[in-house]
Design a protein around this ligand. Structure first.
Ligand SMILES: NC(=O)c1ccc[n+]([C@@H]2O[C@H](COP(=O)([O-])OP(=O)(O)OC[C@H]3O[C@@H](n4cnc5c(N)ncnc54)[C@H](OP(=O)(O)O)[C@@H]3O)[C@@H](O)[C@H]2O)c1
Length: 302
């Protein structure tokens, strides 16, 4: 686990996926496990002349069984994630979103008003099973990030040789990120910011790292994180803008969409900016109803 984290943090200088320069600065050595309720709101060195073997990454069986006494929602969420992971290739980019019936992605600026206990458990189960969380810059600012997984999920990850909490990767071209807001709920949040700006890791923010790419795209950031961090299973938590770019890149393998029984009428729309030359046919892996909520899981590719 230590190698895994140190390797991503120490980074590697080389060429960016877009062919331009990349730099990667990390300063922090560890982050603490986090507990409780989450807002619905990173890793390895490339082989090349005696480089160490890639760190141990996720296996389906790494995801912890819910502890005895867990809620039915937590048990369902665990089973659903396991079933989805067992049904495809190891390398995944999974989008997880909740939307109203009119496909709005937020109520009063946040997703919490759309969610339910089962939906929160599903998000935690996906996080617990993931190597890395890809989160949009505006989402990181607006949702209260912290308490990403339960203490039991953290403990099981550590027992499996993985970081207690999956690190977060975000994209901000100009590094226009309000770090006070991002770290307002948990100042230890392990965040790597991919940017085009010529900046270094911010002083006094030991948990924040910076990777500079000559041309910042979702695909370039994912490729870099896969290569440098050895991240196999990536969870894209939105927001709508980032998820649309990830879907457009063709890298999205799964979409877990919770349909919330609300008509909201305003606010961001899930996948509103998605553009494709041809309609893309998806495969429905699972559908589940919990009260008035519907949980869809589609395989997108792979
Ligand atoms: N319902 C849900 O499940 C859910 C999930 C997450 C978020 N949300 C909600 O969605 C809202 C935020 O979503 P959002 O769509 O406004 O923003 P977002 O997807 O969280 O972040 C988008 C920002 O990422 C940066 N970026 C840089 N390069 C990018 C690239 N190649 N592709 C995409 N983004 C790139 C841009 O900021 P720079 O200008 O800094 O480059 C862009 O403004 C919030 O209200 C949040 O509550 C809902």
């Amino acid at each position: 686990m230590l190698f895994h984290r140190r390797a991503f943090r120490s980074g590697r200088r080389g060429r960016a996926p877009g062919g331009g320069p990349s730099s990667h600065t990390r300063t922090r050595a560890s982050s603490s496990p986090q507990a409780g309720n989450a807002a619905r709101g990173p890793s390895g060195v490339l082989p090349g002349g005696g480089a160490p073997a890639p760190p141990r990454m996720s296996a389906v069986s790494d995801a912890p069984d819910p502890p005895p006494g867990s809620s039915p929602e937590a048990r369902w969420a665990h089973g659903r994630v396991q079933s989805a992971l067992a049904a495809g290739p190891p390398e995944r980019v999974v989008g997880v979103m909740v939307a109203s019936v009119d496909f709005r992605a937020a109520v009063a600026g946040r997703s919490g008003g759309l969610s339910s206990e089962a939906d929160r458990e599903l998000l935690r189960a996906w996080r617990a099973a993931s190597d890395l969380l890809l989160v949009g810059a505006r989402t990181l600012e607006q949702e209260r990030y912290g308490a990403l997984v339960t203490p039991a999920q953290s403990a099981s990850r550590v027992a499996a040789g993985r970081p207690p909490v999956p690190p977060i990767v975000t994209l901000s071209r100009g590094f226009d990120l309000d770090l006070d807001q991002v770290l307002g709920y948990d100042e230890q949040l392990d965040v790597t910011v991919y940017t085009e700006a010529d900046v270094t890791a911010p002083a006094g923010r030991p948990s924040v790292g910076v990777v500079r790419l000559a041309r910042l795209t979702a695909a370039a950031a994912i490729a870099h994180a896969r290569r440098e961090a050895g991240a196999t299973r990536i969870l894209c938590e939105g927001g709508p803008t980032l998820l649309a770019r990830v879907a457009q890149s063709g890298l999205l393998t799964d979409l877990s969409l919770t349909v919330s029984p609300l008509l909201v009428g305003h606010g961001p729309v899930v996948l509103a900016d998605f553009e494709a030359g041809e309609p893309r046919r998806l495969a429905l892996h699972d559908v589940h109803r919990d009260g008035d909520f519907v949980f869809l899981h589609h395989r997108v590719s792979g």
